[in-house]
Write a new protein. Structure first.
Length: 492
């Protein structure tokens, strides 16, 4: 039976060199997910499902993982698999004859991990397609004669090793090793009872793989007494040197990514922030409730402000204005993150979300002037947006943040209107953060505004706002007695 990937089936790879990775803080999010004790391939997070059904295929697995019983089972599987793979990975660090024992232990761990995992797996109902497929794959693999033979050989080999017995005589600076003599006294119980009073509680002695050079020399002596057993062990290790099945290894590498992301957002779930698996469709409508910037939340979850959004069909050009540092950039970055993560089949920040299946995300964020570039900043801005619009389609997302700041207001307004017209012609959905308030007057555009409270303080809430477009300016003018009426009184 062929293993069917739970992550890399039917995908397109995204370049992490795309500008939106930095502009939307996607690179920070991925770096945060990768910061864990298990090795994870970053490229896996660049594999985007080709169809909506492929997105749902991943989402189903997250529904499984969010069940405590399934999470615990998979977490134990990953821990055990990581331990045995780590031992094999570092096999050259062990002494020559010690390596065979390490491999034997790793194979035992491998067999017991699969058996326990599968037996617990059998009790789970209504599993996702991905985990159900793997359970069936595991069943076929374990019923195969090759696995049964390995299990039998491993048991026989362990029995032979357990029959190795020897004695040591320690005298001053000399250690003598000789075959076990049943007539000799066993001091193990006596020594343990002698030092028992120095321990607060009985601790289980762990089977450490560490061996000193003294231990390595002792092993060489024991090898001479049990030469046949060690030769059998060497043959056993040679026979099963590639004991890990490729399909199971692929599952291990892929399920780690699901768990790493679940652990990443789990830290924020504990603070009360919500995550959801969004409804992904080809519908032009998108919405979100109690959403937030995921990268920002990991830096400062105590001061996170949640926002809502709802854009229906034909609401394609969204103009966001308002006071500086009012949360506008964070708002569009949040939407960009949600679209990217949601289309990967990952949970997104928010209580509920409905997102569209896009073909690409393009961002145009403010950049400092490049002295090596002979073009001026304005020309560079226009050249960049021209390329973006030419590449975009009706299924693209365009996010613009404070473009044309180097132009005069009148010129910036005219250029902004022309850019919006070009995006409307392409029917792309665009989020345009701008200081040019008049752009929100363009027909068919949606105006959103960063809000302030009655004390003129920024609330970092972004809402659809058609009437109160000058509220912040008027509130400041009133606060500092700069309204027309107040000024006229002072002139008189």
């Amino acid at each position: 039976m062929e293993y069917k990937s739970i992550l890399l089936n039917n995908v397109n790879y995204i370049s992490n060199k795309s500008e939106f990775f930095h502009d939307l803080s996607i690179d920070d999010i991925i770096e945060g997910v990768l910061t864990n004790k298990y090795d994870i391939d970053k490229n896996i997070f660049l594999a985007r499902p080709k169809t909506i059904d492929d997105v749902k295929y991943r989402q189903e697995i997250f529904y499984d993982i969010e069940t405590p019983e399934t999470y615990k089972l998979i977490d134990n599987f990953i821990f055990n698999f990581f331990s045995l793979k780590n031992a094999i990975k570092n096999i050259d660090e062990y002494y020559d004859k010690q390596r065979y024992g390490v491999i034997l232990s790793a194979i035992e761990n491998y067999i017991s991990t699969l058996i326990n995992f599968y037996n617990y797996f059998l009790s789970f109902n209504n599993l996702s397609r991905g985990l159900s497929n793997f359970r069936e794959y595991l069943k076929v693999y374990m019923e195969n004669n090759d696995f049964k033979e390995m299990e039998k050989d491993t048991s026989i080999m362990r029995k032979k090793i357990s029959e190795i017995k020897y004695n040591m005589e320690i005298s001053s600076d000399k250690i003598t090793v000789f075959l076990d003599n049943d007539n000799m006294d066993d001091y193990t119980v006596y020594i343990k009872s002698l030092f028992e009073k120095f321990t607060e509680k009985e601790e289980e002695i762990k089977n450490e793989t560490y061996m000193s050079h003294v231990g390595a020399h002792l092993l060489n002596f024991i090898y001479k007494f049990y030469n046949t057993t060690f030769l059998d062990l060497k043959k056993f290790c040679k026979k099963y040197e590639n004991f890990i099945d490729n399909g199971i290894d692929n599952f291990y590498n892929e399920i780690k990514c699901y768990m790493a992301y679940e652990n990443y957002i789990g830290k924020l779930k504990k603070t009360g922030l919500n995550f959801c698996l969004p409804d992904i469709s080809c519908d032009d409508s998108i919405s979100g409730k109690d959403c937030f910037d995921l990268s920002l939340a990991h830096k400062n979850y105590n001061n996170i402000v949640e926002n809502n959004f709802n854009f229906v069909k034909n609401e394609n050009i969204i103009i966001i204005t308002g006071p500086n540092n009012g949360g506008k950039t964070t708002f569009v970055r949040m939407i960009g993150q949600m679209l990217f993560l949601g289309n990967l089949g990952l949970p997104v920040p928010g209580k509920h979300a409905k997102l569209n299946f896009y073909d690409n995300i393009y961002t145009h964020f403010e950049k400092s002037e490049n002295l090596d570039n002979l073009r001026g900043k304005l020309e560079d801005d226009l050249q960049r947006i021209k390329i973006i619009i030419e590449k975009s389609t009706k299924n693209s997302i365009i996010i613009i943040n404070e473009m044309l700041s180097s132009a005069m207001l009148s010129d910036a307004s005219l250029l902004g209107e022309e850019i919006i017209k070009m995006m409307k012609d392409k029917r792309s959905r665009a989020f345009y953060v701008t200081f040019i308030d008049s752009l929100s007057d363009i027909d068919d555009s949606v105006r959103m505004s960063a809000q302030v409270n009655e004390n003129f303080e920024r609330t970092y809430k972004i809402i659809k706002d058609y009437k109160n477009r000058s509220a912040y300016a008027k509130s400041l003018a009133d606060k500092y007695n700069l309204t027309k009426g107040k000024l006229m009184e002072r002139i008189k």
